[in-house]
Design a binder for this molecule. Sequence first.
Ligand SMILES: *[C@@H]1O[C@H](CO)[C@@H](O)[C@H](O)[C@H]1NC(C)=O
Ligand SMILES: *[C@@H]1O[C@H](CO)[C@@H](O)[C@H](O)[C@H]1NC(C)=O
Ligand SMILES: *[C@@H]1O[C@H](CO)[C@@H](O)[C@H](O)[C@H]1NC(C)=O
Ligand SMILES: *[C@@H]1O[C@H](CO)[C@@H](O)[C@H](O)[C@H]1NC(C)=O
Ligand SMILES: *[C@@H]1O[C@H](CO)[C@@H](O)[C@H](O)[C@H]1NC(C)=O
Ligand SMILES: *[C@@H]1O[C@H](CO)[C@@H](O)[C@H](O)[C@H]1NC(C)=O
Ligand SMILES: *[C@@H]1O[C@H](CO)[C@@H](O)[C@H](O)[C@H]1NC(C)=O
Length: 539
Amino acid sequence: MAARFLFLYATLLPLATAAPSDLTQADVAKRLKDELWERNPGHQMLKSWNGDPCSPSSWEGFTCGSKDGSLVILKLNFSSKNLQGPIPAAIGNLTELNELDLQDNNFTGSIPASFSALKHLLKLSVYCNPFLSNKKPDGLSTGVDFSYGGCAAEENLSPPGAASQRIIVIGGIAGGSLAYPIFQDCSIHKTTNPEVQQLSLKSIQNATGNFKTLIGEGGFGAVYRGTLAHGQEVAVKVRSSTSTQGTREFNNELRLLSTVRHENLVPLIGYCCEKDQQILVYPFMSNGSLQDRLYGEASKRKVLDWPTRLSICIGAARGLVHLHNFAGRCIIHRDVKSSNILMDHSMCGKVADFGFSKYAPQEGDSNASMEVRGTAGYLDPEYYSTQVLSTRSDVFSFGVVLLEIVTGREPLDVQRPRDAWSLVEWAKPYIREYKIEEIVDPGIKGQYCSEAMWRVLEVASVCTEPFSTFRPSMEDVLRELEDALIIENNASEYMRSIESTGTLGSNRYLSMDRRMFASGSARIDATTGNLQTMPSLPR
Ligand SMILES: *[C@@H]1O[C@H](CO)[C@@H](O)[C@H](O)[C@H]1NC(C)=O
Ligand SMILES: *[C@@H]1O[C@H](CO)[C@@H](O)[C@H](O)[C@H]1NC(C)=O
Ligand SMILES: *[C@@H]1O[C@H](CO)[C@@H](O)[C@H](O)[C@H]1NC(C)=O
Ligand SMILES: *[C@@H]1O[C@H](CO)[C@@H](O)[C@H](O)[C@H]1NC(C)=O
Ligand SMILES: *[C@@H]1O[C@H](CO)[C@@H](O)[C@H](O)[C@H]1NC(C)=O
Ligand SMILES: *[C@@H]1O[C@H](CO)[C@@H](O)[C@H](O)[C@H]1NC(C)=O
Ligand SMILES: *[C@@H]1O[C@H](CO)[C@@H](O)[C@H](O)[C@H]1NC(C)=O
């Protein structure tokens, strides 16, 4: 449509001289081409750029429109053009530019200071340029829809358009140099979400019996259990007075949590900031954290069965998918771990702890450095070494959680022999050699369908690939886990039907060799419980 419009006008309108002083727009476009050519010689698109950028038809990637009787360049879209080198400073002289899309290239350096001259700019995307500094140019209007972020390996796996997301980081920035838009006055939030209520300190003291029952201690501060006046059970997080980070975290969490809502994310329901107290109120998750249930105190009382572990992880995966696709933007949790996956009364898994949350540094500060954050044992090695953050870092951490539900082991345990400190390093050789029996949590041995188990282990393996390029998206992970649960439930049903005839005894089902199972040739001998090979599975 735009092209037809342009063609029509191109023949009628004089060419523009929209650039400052004596530079014509065509001169600027030529400079732009030269700047790009230097690091991209022979580039197909650049080669096609000849003559006037808007006339007789616009150059590839250019969109022109009429303004005051002239044709001006309104939009540049060089997304996914495989361009490298610095972003051309000449773009700063296209003063009528509304939109600039440079996403999914390999631009390096930083965004040119000349961009501050783009007074009509509404949209700027440099998303998915892994080597580009995230620094927002000084003087760029705060109204610009600015998308950026490393997105190291997003290209191959994201659906088209998914890359045009703004990244919001949850999970924290430890860099002390960051200037945060801090809410001096919590009343700002009265308007953000009616589901989040402002509570008085008195009512919180009343609800918690004056902070009587301590149920946890996190980076943010202590967590107490309580009951609100209308009977709702709550977890109350109180910022510790010694924590300087807490102020930022508090404000960030408040902002993010008041907008992010999903079945599988623990919602913020209230807050209080009276008398220098900073308090966040969440619904109480009565079944604790996945970590507690795997190897904490609670696990000693009652072992969490395999299908439940799987369904909790499916819940958490859904929550993360929601974050990664949040409102057309992208939120990265950055601290995915089993202690941040909580279970409600019906054992629905929910992702918690947005305590280190903040919007990514686009919020006005140009002096932003993203310090690596996360929890030892869960940290994406690529993110750690490059500081380039993408959703695939959450995927890595989630893969570690999957290994935890299989093995019942902590991700990092220095009490163990050196080669078993890291769960990922320890488990992978066994997985490669199909020796799952040796790594499966003794508490669920013989209680799982091996095909479902293999699905999970395969996903866990790819999630924890050292290079983010080889990791799946959270959507892919979710799909695999859902399949695994279907297989698991189907197999349980089948086994129950055998059990009810009394032939299998106490052995519900044993692990089978994956290769045999996959070829449909494995079964369990109903009398001995031993693995047998057969032409096909019995119905
Ligand atoms: C740029 O082009 C790509 C691919 O054609 C498209 O997906 C994207 O939405 C465009 N960007 C803008 C800002 O229109
Ligand atoms: C933009 O135009 C001005 C005025 O002609 C010139 O001084 C400046 O060098 C130009 N900047 C770029 C990056 O081309
Ligand atoms: C992107 O640019 C960086 C820095 O110049 C370089 O090291 C890297 O190999 C480039 N990547 C690709 C895919 O071209
Ligand atoms: C304090 O707690 C009591 C009983 O637990 C309740 O009746 C009362 O409404 C509470 N007051 C406030 C201010 O929440
Ligand atoms: C989860 O919590 C509910 C209610 O608090 C309890 O009845 C149930 O037994 C718990 N489930 C497990 C598996 O512990
Ligand atoms: C970042 O901020 C610090 C202190 O505010 C200052 O010393 C430093 O020069 C700044 N760096 C940049 C690149 O602006
Ligand atoms: C369910 O199990 C039966 C027999 O065990 C098998 O034939 C069928 O393909 C399974 N269905 C699914 C969806 O896995």
